[in-house]
Design a protein around this ligand. Sequence first.
Ligand SMILES: Nc1ncnc2c1ncn2[C@@H]1O[C@H](COP(=O)(O)OP(=O)(O)OP(=O)(O)O)[C@@H](O)[C@H]1O
Length: 318
Amino acid sequence: MGTRSPIIITENLTKHYGSVVAVQDLNLKIYEGEIFGLLGPNGAGKTTTILMLLGLTEPTAGRALVAGLDPTRNALAVKRLVGYLPDNVGFYDDLTAKENLLYTGRLNQIPETELEHRVKAALEQVGLADHGDRKVREFSRGMRQRLGIADLIVKDPRIFILDEPTLGIDPEGVRELLALIVRLSREKGKTILISSHLLHQIQQICDRVGIFVAGRLLAVGPLESLGRQVMAGKPLEIELQVEPFNHGLLEVFRSLEGVEQVETQGPYIRLRCVKGQDVRPQLTWLLAERKVSILHLRARGHDLDDIYLEYFQGEGRV
Ligand SMILES: Nc1ncnc2c1ncn2[C@@H]1O[C@H](COP(=O)(O)OP(=O)(O)OP(=O)(O)O)[C@@H](O)[C@H]1O
């Protein structure tokens, strides 16, 4: 992340609930202005980590630093720096969107002279300007989440922590929410930590992700580097779909130097390369020579789905 400095640091952060290991030796650096995705299945320890960052639960061992402050000792100061959107954000259903924002603004002691303006601007930013006078009970889950973010915008924290923000929202709502999160980061320079188990949705907007399973961070970095981390020392698998297909092609692939195994699965041909080899260039030439078109070609193990599966399998889970 260039010369940017970490704004969140955890050092061997650990939380046990009796014999349950919720988080174990978490070492993480999140840099100012980045969107960081903490991705892991349910029960991985994401919420526990967030609660420790907010000073809402004490670590069993290790420590966290948020903008240089230890949340265990300076919970109030950290609260001023961090805006937290829990997975189930609560509003007063009988109040309008605007009234709800005014209410929390006053709780956060934002001066009245400024508050009205901030609330209006926040509603505009999240695309709810036309709904400010509607009661929150009429809002969809997606609108509630956006209102939740507006609530944080009014508070104007340096760091946004969003726990499972896209859960239960329709695809259009998810798109709007993700676009809003990207704008907060790119236009306002906010640091954003998103926890989620919905990889497909979150991965597209994250600068870096951490894969968190059973309380442990198994890999961390930009998506491309995660691919390399997982693939290091593993043979490349190629997934291919061609037109026209004939079984003779399978023999041709088998005779290619560097190919270890060839099999079909549904519409796909899967090739496993000898360790350290990548036959994709030869493959494309060979098919072009035979006037066979490639409908689909993918190196398996390089996208987050494969990576996730890989780590889950490593943990004995799928
Ligand atoms: N207050 C608690 N008391 C006992 N065990 C807890 C408590 N809170 C969490 N745990 C356990 O710690 C582990 C991590 O839970 P956590 O809620 O942090 O996971 P998560 O990744 O946020 O998952 P989810 O998305 O389901 O909340 C789980 O095994 C959970 O049962």
